[in-house]
Design a protein around this ligand. Structure first.
Ligand code: FVH
Length: 350
């Protein structure tokens, strides 16, 4: 294995490969981060090119796609996708000193990019890699570095099914691995969606702590209540998902109109307590839009419809829960062709 990028996550990935007995070559832009891994048996390459040349599988985990492109010598945007770039066989934008001549070395190798990015970036890089004879797998790591290789770590993968079949076992050193199909952008889409849910939760927590903090209630005293309340609310998500997929938001014990009226109190209390309402305002506006769109009698899940700028033609069938928690069989990959009938969303004031 080769691991490019030795930040907190790259070091954890390389460590897990070593722990599982995979000979591992590492490289990082700034020297000096591979010491502990070398002590554990890794080989440190002098350039990115040398690292790529060392292994059939090259895992890249750097800050963002700009960094990926610099490391691989891939141009940005359409040029990257079309494969008519000037970088082929030449040095990267950063010159040959640290990076080496990387692009021409990818042919016949599998590039596994675990850097966070957008579905569009993943698809462009997949086309760029494919034009250079490399198999491409994109991955979303649903774990923080200490979780890598331990229970609870999940890596979402999509892209080349051949590469996934060949290296699923190797990648499982990192945790459970779930394959989401040939579309290289799918893993990133799921990753971004899950992070969206996570940031919503953290935002709610920050607001709650600030709210009670305005009267000097310690966060540590209040947080157990937040945790048990969120635990209870989490149980409503599968029902909301069912309502959304069925386009039937009628079953409700807590209708949207009632919630819109109550939400005003969250904003007013923030103002009274001198706590910013910037995290709350978007949800308040969406609730208001729901009421304006005559959805006040519906369940809160009706708000999901309002988030689309254009009505989605199809909604892909949901993956089975098992697909996301266990090492998946490619045959079980989510298939957009299984999509439900076209939805007739009321887009409210959109
Ligand atoms: N850490 C986490 O909690 C999350 C968990 C989920 C997945 N993310 C994503 O993983 C990618 C790497 O994150 P990281 O935690 O390793 O990040 P850092 O510790 O900040 O290390 C950044 C590495 O990227 C290298 N780098 C930055 N810019 C460039 C560049 N222009 N060319 C080459 N390499 C570059 C940096 O190198 P250096 O600064 O040491 O020279 C580090 O190796 C990321 O996509 C997360 O979203 C992590």
């Amino acid at each position: 294995m080769t691991v490019i990028g030795l930040g907190a996550m790259g070091r954890a990935l390389a460590g897990a490969f070593l722990d599982n007995g995979h000979p591992t070559t590492v490289w990082n832009r700034t020297a000096g981060k591979g010491g502990e891994l070398v002590e554990r048996g890794a080989t440190e390459a002098a350039t990115a090119a040398e690292a790529i040349a060392a292994s059939p599988v090259v895992v890249v985990c750097v800050l963002d796609y700009d960094a990926v492109r610099k490391v691989l010598g891939a141009p940005e945007g359409a040029d990257a996708a079309e494969g008519s770039d000037a970088a082929e066989g030449s040095d990267t934008a950063e010159g040959s000193g640290t990076f080496g001549t990387a692009t021409g070395l990818l042919a016949g190798r599998t590039l596994v990019n675990l850097t966070n990015g957008t579905p569009r970036q993943a698809r462009e890089l997949a086309r760029w890699a494919s034009a250079r004879g490399a198999d491409y797998l994109d991955g979303g790591i649903m774990a923080v570095p200490p979780m890598i290789g331990n229970p609870g770590s999940l890596v979402l993968c999509s892209g080349s099914s051949g590469a996934f079949t060949a290296y699923e076992g190797t990648l499982s050193a990192l945790g459970a691995v779930s394959y989401l199909g040939e579309d290289a952008g799918r893993a990133s889409l799921y990753d971004i969606a899950l992070l969206s849910a996570m940031y919503g939760m953290f935002g709610g927590f920050f607001q709650a702590v600030a709210m009670v903090g305005s009267e000097k209630v310690p966060a540590t005293e209040f947080t157990p209540l937040v945790v048990s309340w969120l635990d209870a609310m989490l149980t409503s998500l599968p029902e909301m998902a069912k309502a959304y997929d069925a386009n039937d938001h009628s079953a409700t014990a807590s209708n949207l109109g009632m919630q819109a009226a109550g939400f005003v109190n969250l904003l007013d209390t923030g103002r009274d307590q001198a706590v910013s309402t910037e995290l709350l305002e978007p949800m308040g506006a969406l609730l208001h839009r729901g009421v304006a769109a005559n959805r006040g009698g519906d369940d809160l899940s009706a708000l999901i419809d309002l988030l689309f700028h254009t009505a989605p033609a199809k909604v892909a069938a949901p993956a089975k829960a098992a697909d996301l928690t266990t090492t998946a069989d490619p045959a079980k990959a989510a298939d957009p062709a299984r999509g439900a009938d076209a939805r007739s969303n009321d887009l409210g004031s959109e």
